[in-house]
Design a binder for this molecule. Structure first.
Ligand SMILES: Cc1cc2nc3c(=O)[nH]c(=O)nc-3n(C[C@H](O)[C@H](O)[C@H](O)COP(=O)(O)OP(=O)(O)OC[C@H]3O[C@@H](n4cnc5c(N)ncnc54)[C@H](O)[C@@H]3O)c2cc1C
Length: 355
């Protein structure tokens, strides 16, 4: 048996798991991106790069503090909520860290101990069950390699190939396609913008200022109209007073909006963490705290021994799943035009803006 544990994906979930696993395990961590010294265009995950309070708390609990060199301008304290359905606008206090997402991923990878074999630029392609666990196959520089592992962990994000191979067609995940465009702008908007417009999406859209650029993003139903809806969003924002110039970057990624049945932890020789397991907020799409929490729960379960780790992980992940279901409940208010209108009109928990 070459490896005890192979982790597919070195994003926040995979890198955290690799850092926390017992050093006596023989561990392989692979990622199709090169998070150490690859080309920038191929390294960056499409993300808002906002570290929310739950994720900050979890980092603190794990004894970590964010290095300042991964923070970007500006740091924001208010969410400007624009509700096009009800023609309402309100500000809400929320403390985010505005980060360079690639720098964040790279920092998490830099914390992984030396006993973990890190293979960057390796794309996982397939797994097949063996008596002791799995054979995994991956591509590196157009060549296929295989490794024997006792436990395979899918930390490969929203469009998880590991999950697909384990659960196949029976798995009907609710995913959205998110599009983000980065624009030149002279304005440095001091708020994170959350935009609700049911003509665009039944989820939400956002604006974030980052290092002199304005990001406009939206989580859209993955159909043929997604591109048109995104164009409509940009036009609506221009009409609303947003000023932005030339588009300098366009990116896209799947993003999950999990229901209870979408949360899967794996089987006796395989586990899913982070977005691959369905661990992300269905109300705000905040995923970093869920990536850390699920990775921590799996590390605890594996560190008590490989034998029987899955029921232990399922139990610990149950707590995270319940939190996701609470967020689901919050969604029913947030994404109902009438209820959202009542809450916003009431001004409850909102903040006045003086300038
Ligand atoms: C547009 C957008 C904006 C978002 N904004 C925020 C935000 O501001 N704050 C927040 O908290 N959350 C945000 N999220 C959610 C957050 O990005 C994710 O939930 C989080 O990154 C999940 O971490 P993860 O490690 O599970 O997966 P990922 O970060 O997706 O990492 C998966 C890793 O697996 C690798 N991989 C995938 N397939 C393979 C393969 N076949 N072989 C090898 N490697 C593979 C990838 O290269 C990647 O490194 C956003 C998501 C999107 C799409």
């Amino acid at each position: 048996m070459a490896y005890d544990i192979a982790i597919i994906g070195a994003g926040p979930a995979g890198a955290t798991l690799a850092r926390l696993l017992d050093r006596n395990y023989k561990i392989l961590l692979l990622d199709r991106r090169d998070l150490i010294d690859g080309e920038l265009s191929q390294r960056t995950k499409c993300c808002g790069g906002l570290l929310a309070p739950d994720a900050q708390q979890m980092l603190g609990k794990m004894g970590l503090a964010v290095p300042t060199n991964i923070l970007v301008d500006p740091q924001v304290f208010l969410v400007r909520t624009i509700d096009f359905d009800n023609s309402l606008e309100r500000y809400y206090q929320r403390f985010y860290f505005n980060m360079d997402r690639y720098g964040f991923d790279q920092w998490l990878v830099s914390l992984i101990p030396d006993n973990v074999d890190i293979a960057m630029g390796c794309r996982f392609t397939a797994l097949s069950e063996t008596r002791e666990g799995y054979d995994i196959a991956f591509m590196f520089q157009n060549k296929i390699f295989t490794e024997k592992v006792k436990v395979v962990v899918g930390a490969d994000g929203a469009w998880s190939n590991v999950r697909h191979q384990l659960f196949g067609k029976s798995d009907s995940l609710r995913s959205y396609i998110s599009i983000q465009e980065w624009f030149e702008t002279d304005e440095n908007i001091p708020h994170f913008g959350a935009i609700f417009d049911s003509n665009i999406t039944d989820f939400y859209s956002w604006t974030i200022s980052k290092d002199g650029k304005l990001i406009i993003g939206s989580a859209l139903k993955p159909d043929n109209n997604a591109k048109d809806k995104f164009e409509m969003l940009k036009n609506n924002l221009k009409d609303y007073g947003f000023e932005f110039g030339r588009c300098v970057k366009r990116e896209g990624a799947y993003i999950l909006r999990p229901r209870k049945s979408d949360i899967l932890t794996g089987n006796d020789n395989a586990a899913l963490v982070g977005e691959a397991g369905g661990f992300i907020s269905p109300s705000s799409a905040e995923g970093l705290s869920f990536a850390f929490n699920s990775a921590y729960a799996l590390a605890q379960s594996l560190n008590e021994g490989i034998e029987g780790f899955q029921p232990r992980y399922r139990k610990r992940a149950g707590k995270i799943a319940r939190k996701i279901m609470l967020k689901q409940l919050k969604s029913t208010v947030m994404y109902n035009k009438t209820l959202r209108g009542i809450v916003m009109r009431s001004g409850i928990l909102s903040s006045d803006v003086l300038f």
